[in-house]
Design a protein around this ligand. Structure first.
Ligand SMILES: *Cc1c(COP(=O)(O)O)cnc(C)c1O
Length: 459
């Protein structure tokens, strides 16, 4: 049973395994979005040869792989053959999630993408940005340019951890669809450009192609967090982005069983720093080196729970987007609402950009996602009295700092997700005391609107 092969023989087996994976990727690439999401690379061969005929991807809780002999161990630990040496680095369950994600993020193109699953979305942001901020005495001091309208955790990571603690300057973009601002703030010290598409919670968007072109003309990567669109609506890699981040804790893992992050990169990305292997295949390189050393691995259990939700991503996005448009239209016409930010509304300032980038996969139909930011009418600006009355009266919407869920959730951002960044930080990010983020679930639209209506009646 135990194969006593030489290292060269193991490496050769490894090469055959890589070629076989490549063939499977090519087969998967001929399929449609929903089919890829459902099956990924898990086929008859995987099932019958490696997994006792299991039709679902098994959850491998084992922390490490056993080797036939020392030669296989040596080849595996030199990364000369695919292997599951240790679950912090690679795990078969996590592998199926990563491969499916890479296929979905590159869907509709011949882009070859690689994916790395992380323990959270914040870990993915960190792993995606760290390698570009390394010290290099031949270059000016590093800075990076990022949209100020970002998730509160990302704001804190950039503002506190990077700038205040490490002295790496973040240059905030206040108006992300103004290309002049991006151009003015990008200089020879800039290491990457970063934006959310759309942003959490204010659903701000930017022209991905233009920002990517600006990055590339400066020989730096464009990094996009598209958690709030997901690959079912927007695939930034197809528009020139180099690295895409998903907090899979959100709509990808919509049933709400796990925290997880996904980082997907194209091959051969530009960068002024870093070794060639990093630029050639960023996600794989990150997995083998800094991610391994820093340790923000995803549990295999969570990987499979996320994968189970990922299979139905597209149909969920379709239903949630249709409902969200109805909800946004209802609220926009309600006398107790000042403003609704939703990319699907004609009144949305970047509606045309949204129409270019947000389409349900495998259709020509524009769909704009599940999230909106609503400003409740107050007696005077900077108040939140009515907003709190409305918020506290919600009966079905969960009051929580969550989104992308199958269940509708409402969040008062100034006192929750964006509390810690302080008044100055909220001003930069345009979070007002009366901003309420709504994440629309898969309930019937009439019940969602009823709950909002009865809560607004309490004001
Ligand atoms: C939630 C979120 C994150 C962080 O993800 P976690 O999985 O909660 O760590 C990053 N970006 C966006 C846009 C998010 O909404």
């Amino acid at each position: 049973m135990i194969k006593n092969l030489t290292k060269e023989e193991w490496v050769k087996i490894g090469q055959e395994m890589i070629a076989e994976r490549h063939r499977k990727i090519m087969v998967a690439k001929t399929r449609k979005f929903d089919t890829i999401a459902t099956h990924g690379l898990y086929d008859y061969e995987e099932s019958l040869r490696n997994n006792n005929g299991s039709i679902m991807e098994p959850i491998y809780m084992s922390p490490a792989q056993a080797y036939h002999n020392s030669a296989e161990m040596e080849a595996g630990l030199a990364y000369e053959m695919p292997n599951w040496c240790y679950s912090r680095i690679a795990n078969p369950s996590t592998y199926f999630l990563e491969e499916t994600t890479a296929l979905l993020e590159s869907y509709g193109s011949d882009i070859e993408a690689s994916c790395l699953a992380t323990g959270s979305g914040m870990a993915a942001v960190r792993v995606a940005t760290d390698p570009f901020l390394v010290k290099d005495d031949t270059l000016p001091p590093p800075n990076f340019v990022a949209c100020a309208k970002v998730y509160g955790g990302t704001f804190q990571q950039f503002w506190v951890r990077r700038w205040k603690e490490q002295g790496i300057e973040v240059r905030w973009i206040q108006n992300p669809f103004d290309m002049h601002e991006w151009e003015e703030k990008t200089d020879s010290g800039t290491r990457f450009l970063f934006g959310e598409f759309p942003s959490n919670p204010s659903v701000a968007i930017f022209d991905i192609e233009k920002v990517a072109a600006l990055a590339h003309s400066n020989r730096i990567p464009c990094i996009v967090d598209s958690t709030c669109a997901s690959p079912a609506l927007t695939r930034p890699l197809l528009h020139g982005a180099d690295i895409v981040i998903q907090s899979a804790s959100k709509v990808i893992g919509a049933s709400g069983t796990s925290i997880a992050g996904l980082l997907t990169s194209r091959k051969n990305i530009p960068s002024k720093v870093g070794e060639e292997a990093m630029k050639a295949d960023f996600a794989t390189w990150a997995k083998f080196w800094p991610f391994r050393d820093n340790g923000p691995a995803l549990s295999p259990m969570n990987a499979i729970m996320i994968l189970n939700d990922l299979r139905s991503l597209r149909m969920r996005l379709a239903q949630m987007s249709n409902t969200a448009l109805k909800v946004a239209t209802f609220l926009e016409n309600h006398p107790k609402i000042d403003r609704v930010h939703y990319p699907g509304l004609r009144s949305f300032e970047a509606h045309e950009i949204a129409r270019n980038y947000m389409k349900l996969a495998d259709t020509d139909q524009n769909m704009f996602g599940y999230m909106m930011a609503v400003e409740i009418r107050e007696d005077s600006p900077l108040e939140s009295k009515n907003s709190r009355v409305f918020y506290d009266a919600l009966q079905m919407f969960w009051r929580a700092t969550d989104l992308g869920r199958v269940k509708s959730v409402a969040t008062l951002n100034a006192i929750s997700t964006h509390q810690q960044q302080g008044e100055e930080g909220r001003k930069i990010a345009d979070i007002k005391p009366n901003t309420c983020r709504l994440s629309v679930g898969i309930e019937d639209p009439a019940d969602i609107i009823n709950d909002l209506e009865q809560a607004l009646d309490k004001i």
